[in-house]
Design a protein around this ligand. Sequence first.
Ligand code: HEM
Length: 223
Amino acid sequence: MLRRVRSDRTLLPLVEITPELPCADAPAPLATVLQQLRTATAALHRALEARLPLTHSRLDLDTYKRIIEAYYGFHLPLQQSMERFLAPQGIDPARQKIPALIKDLRALGLTELQIQALPLCAELPAIGSVAQLLGVMYVMEGATLGGQVLRRIIADKLGVDADSGGEFLDVYGRDTGRLWKAFLKQLAEFDDPLYNTEVVQSARLTFKSFQTWLERAGVLNNA
Ligand code: HEM
């Protein structure tokens, strides 16, 4: 907590060194929850982006297919976990990503049986509170922004478009900006110094779980 004491002419800040438990009237940290999320996940984003071969010059169709398979294995159980938390109304239908992944897997040549047999991630970030949900959503919704860059790369390099395996990278299509802004509004409405740490921890955990999963799936380049 920051207190101010009067000296001769000015008000000087005095930093209290005894730790205090958070309380309802604790002063808000200067950074918004969004700023905290960006700061706390920037390095994790950079690391993952560097190791995902999607932008690499030697990307081929087989690697791309394995990436989409691994994405499915992470997104399916994560979306199911969100559905459980949000029951009975569930996830906003506009934010459903699984149909796009299934469409891509089919277009890339997988049969229904092969799709059903894909390994699913069991070590997911917990979703037991709104703060945790928002942390997870920050990462997975934010990824749709990068998708806008990636879909063009995939089209250029592999000739893959929305009907031949690239639907997921453009999962929200023209609604990408609108849905991201709507999410940021939800996040800003939630912004609360008492819970922001939980949001940030959840986002960091989501990046780390996804990276570990992709690593195990063998689709990341060496660090
Ligand atoms: C090669 C892979 C990737 C590339 C090239 C990439 C690129 C980008 C770009 C260009 C943006 C900023 C878009 C904008 O400001 O309009 C962005 C934002 C973001 N990306 Fe990625 N991305 C990649 C992978 C990922 C992955 C795998 C995740 C998480 C699963 C992710 C999560 C995010 C998040 C959370 C943001 C939002 C940051 C913010 O504005 O607060 N990205 N990405």
